[in-house]
Structure formats: structure tokens, C-alpha cells
Design a binder for this molecule. Structure first.
Ligand code: GRF
Length: 200
């Protein structure tokens, strides 16, 4: 059975969606490890409850970013995972890590890329005044939220939406497309042709 590892920095609700999908038999794979840069991430509790081993690489305890990335790269290799899933991992992966796992890292982003990359995507969408936003799962390349798109889901932006209400509605869709993308990847059904991802 194929295995994936998750990188998360906080709440970990997308990580939980993956755990639930595995339990329901919707993602026939093993989650080999959670790696977090944040010792107080709630994702750690979720890993504990699900019996998934976890590693904390406390970003603040490393002398610099290069030392942190070196440790992270070593840890990622050690998992033996076929796939890495960034589920609310709040750092940009360095070039060396992206190059070490070409087209083997997925990220979930709370906007319809290429609109509103980076932080506060839901706020960006509201401030821009779009009528529709949503979420995207994409393969990670060296840019910020720029890699080939695997799945997207639309969400209507209502006139009385706040950042919180919009984020909550988008999050519900994130929880659907992330497990779906992980399943497609691990079933070997994704083929990358340039910027386009073909689902077979
Ligand atoms: C999600 O909105 C995800 O798209 C973004 O960060 C948030 C993480 O939420 N990258 P959670 O930690 O999975 O609950």
C-alpha cells in the first residue's frame, strides 16, 4: 500500500479530512508521518488520536532557514513516502526540497488559482470583489502557489460574507478535494503535461 506524509503548521482540519477519508476507505493509503514546524500545532493532537507518528521541527530552534530546511529534507526522505501533502503548511518550501520531490508534493490553497496566491487568500478575494472563489489542489513547484493544478472547487461569494464565513464555506470544499487529489495521485492517475494535469 502506498504511503504519504503530511506537513501542517496549525489547526490541521485538512489533515483530519485525510484521516477520515482513509478510515472510510476512500483513500487506500497509509499516512506515514505528520511533520510540523510548530510545536503547538493542533494537528499534533489529531496525529496522536489517529496513531500517526509525528515529528516536530520547531522552526524557532534552528539557527537559520537553511539549517531548518536541511533537517526537513532529511526527515522527508526518511519517511519513505510516495507523496507529501502540504495541509496548511505555512512556509514556502525551499528549492532544494521541491527539486528533491518533483511532482510529488501537493498543496491545498483556499482560492481559485492563479487568483489570490499567498497569504489571506479569502481576504484577497473579498477585497477584490469577486463573485466566485473556491479552492485548488496543485502540485508544488518552486513558486508560491504556482504549480500545476490538479483539482478545483468553486464557492459563491455572498454579499454579506466576512473573511470568516467565506473561509468556512471554502474549507468544506477543501476537505473534499484534498482527499480526492491524494487518492488520484496514489492510484497513479495523474499525468503532468507541462502546466496541465491529465486525470486518467
Ligand atoms: C486552509 O485554508 C488551507 O487551504 C490553507 O491553510 C488552511 C489550513 O487549515 N493552506 P487547516 O490547518 O487544514 O485546518
Amino acid at each position: 500500500m502506498k504511503g504519504f506524509a503530511v506537513l501542517a503548521s496549525g489547526r490541521g482540519s485538512n489533515f483530519q479530512a485525510l484521516i477520515d477519508a482513509m478510515k472510510a476507505g476512500e483513500v487506500p493509503a497509509r499516512c506515514l508521518r505528520l511533520i510540523t514546524d510548530n510545536p503547538t500545532a493542533y494537528a499534533l493532537e489529531r496525529a496522536g488520536k489517529a496513531g500517526i507518528p509525528a515529528t516536530v521541527l520547531d522552526f524557532g530552534s534552528f539557527p537559520d532557514r537553511a539549517a531548518y530546511e536541511e533537517a526537513l529534507l532529511r526527515k522527508m526522505h526518511a519517511t519513505g513516502a510516495d507523496l507529501f501533502v502540504l495541509a496548511g503548511y505555512m512556509r514556502i518550501l525551499g528549492r532544494e526540497i521541491v527539486d528533491a520531490f518533483p511532482h510529488r508534493i501537493l498543496n491545498i490553497h483556499p482560492a481559485l488559482l492563479p487568483c489570490f496566491p499567498g497569504l489571506h487568500a479569502q481576504r484577497q478575494a473579498l477585497e477584490h470583489g469577486v463573485r466566485v472563489s473556491g479552492c485548488s489542489v496543485h502540485l508544488v513547484d518552486p513558486g508560491t502557489d504556482t504549480g500545476p493544478i490538479v483539482l478545483q472547487r468553486c464557492v459563491r461569494v455572498e454579499q454579506d460574507d466576512t473573511e470568516e464565513t467565506l473561509a468556512a464555506r471554502i474549507l468544506a470544499e477543501e476537505h473534499r478535494i484534498l482527499p480526492e487529489a491524494v487518492r488520484l495521485f496514489l492510484e497513479g492517475r495523474l499525468e503532468v503535461r507541462g502546466r496541465r494535469v491529465i486525470i486518467r
